[in-house]
Design a protein around this ligand. Structure first.
Ligand SMILES: C[S@@+](CC[C@H](N)C(=O)[O-])C[C@H]1O[C@@H](n2cnc3c(N)ncnc32)[C@H](O)[C@@H]1O
Length: 316
């Protein structure tokens, strides 16, 4: 059954002015919103771009794309339901070679977060699902019930940065010997029984984040898209990434830093060691929300925006 969006669930795009200012470099250019969600950023970009610009919206969550009313934008808009790691293929299908800007506003939209059926929120009772793309086979239920204790602890530690990872993994395994864990409440109970009540909420957030990252291969697909984005940007084109947790931000930061470094030829160097910078960093420190935005939109509190530009002289 489709979920009807109530006005209070409407998604407020994060750092929207900053994204528009830093991303737009050609008013008639081609822009990819790789995490279209409910279209908040695309709508804002559309209001600033010329009518002959082109917009491409990608989201792997069909239920989010289905909410958008295409007449809200003036420009041609191509909506594609797929993982953003397939960016090259999306552009090839549209017969587009290069684009002027790409936005990635990572994570999940508030529409999905607020839907108990998706199992993303520990505050809501629902199935252990957590898939962005509901046609994927791997669900949180499969991870929780089928992975070894060691692998569970590893995921909770690596993707949730949770200190009590081993204890929580042990508890999950104990609980699942009695009955299959199918509900978000089952996972919640495993965490609650394993951690000091003072740190319960933080641990719950970390553990749910860890399983979501695993189910959706979030670190792997982010790494893939960061490389393909650079390949498809015109020189001077920009990539803007908003991340919401330190693992994502670290990956974006390292990627931007490494690809903006110049390693000139020196005696004895082999070709692979020489690097012409493919990127120029536009933001040094990440941009964060103003106090006003953070007060009005809790999602904005953990947001970090980094922007880089494809260098002019760079070849493939
Ligand atoms: C924070 S929301 C984006 C909200 C959007 N900027 C707006 O203003 O409405 C992130 C969206 O990205 C989607 N998403 C996350 N990872 C994705 C991926 N690997 N490929 C495609 N879409 C993805 C989620 O389904 C979600 O709708």
């Amino acid at each position: 059954m489709s979920q009807v969006i109530q006005p209070q669930f409407r998604h407020t795009p994060v750092l929207v002015d900053e994204v528009c200012t830093l991303l737009i470099n050609d008013l008639s250019g081609i822009y990819v919103d790789g995490t279209f969600g409910l279209g908040g950023h695309t709508k804002a970009l559309s209001s600033l771009l010329n009518d002959d610009a082109t917009l491409i919206g990608i989201d792997q969550d069909q239920s989010a794309l289905a909410q958008f009313i295409p007449t809200l934008v003036q420009q041609p808009l191509h909506l594609v339901c797929t993982n953003f790691e397939n960016l090259d293929q999306v552009l090839a299908d549209l017969k587009i070679n290069k684009v002027h800007g790409i936005l990635l506003d990572l994570g999940l939209n508030s529409f999905s977060l607020d839907d108990p059926e998706r199992g993303f929120a520990f505050s809501l009772q629902g199935p252990l699902d957590m898939r962005f793309d509901r046609s994927n086979e791997l669900t949180a239920e499969i991870v929780v019930n089928n992975y070894s204790q060691e692998k569970l602890a590893d995921i909770i530690f690596r993707y949730g940065e949770e200190r009590n990872s081993r204890r929580i993994a042990r508890r999950i395994v104990e609980m699942r010997t009695n009955k299959r864990l199918t509900q978000s409440d089952d996972l919640k109970l495993a965490v609650i029984k394993s951690v000091d009540p003072r740190f319960r909420t933080k641990s719950l957030a970390r553990v749910f984040q860890a399983f979501r990252i695993e189910v959706n291969r979030e670190m792997e697909v982010l790494s893939n898209v960061l490389y393909s984005a650079i390949r498809v940007l015109v020189p001077g084109g920009r990539l803007a990434v908003i991340s919401y947790h330190s693992l994502e931000d670290r990956m974006v930061k390292t990627h931007f830093r490494d690809l903006s470094q110049n390693i000139p030829r020196q005696p004895g160097m082999i070709d692979e060691e020489i690097r012409i910078p493919l990127l120029k960093r536009i933001t040094g420190k990440p941009i964060i929300a103003s106090q006003t935005e953070a007060a009005e939109n809790p999602r904005a509190r953990s947001a970090k925006l980094r922007v880089a530009e494809r260098t002019i002289h760079a070849t493939e």
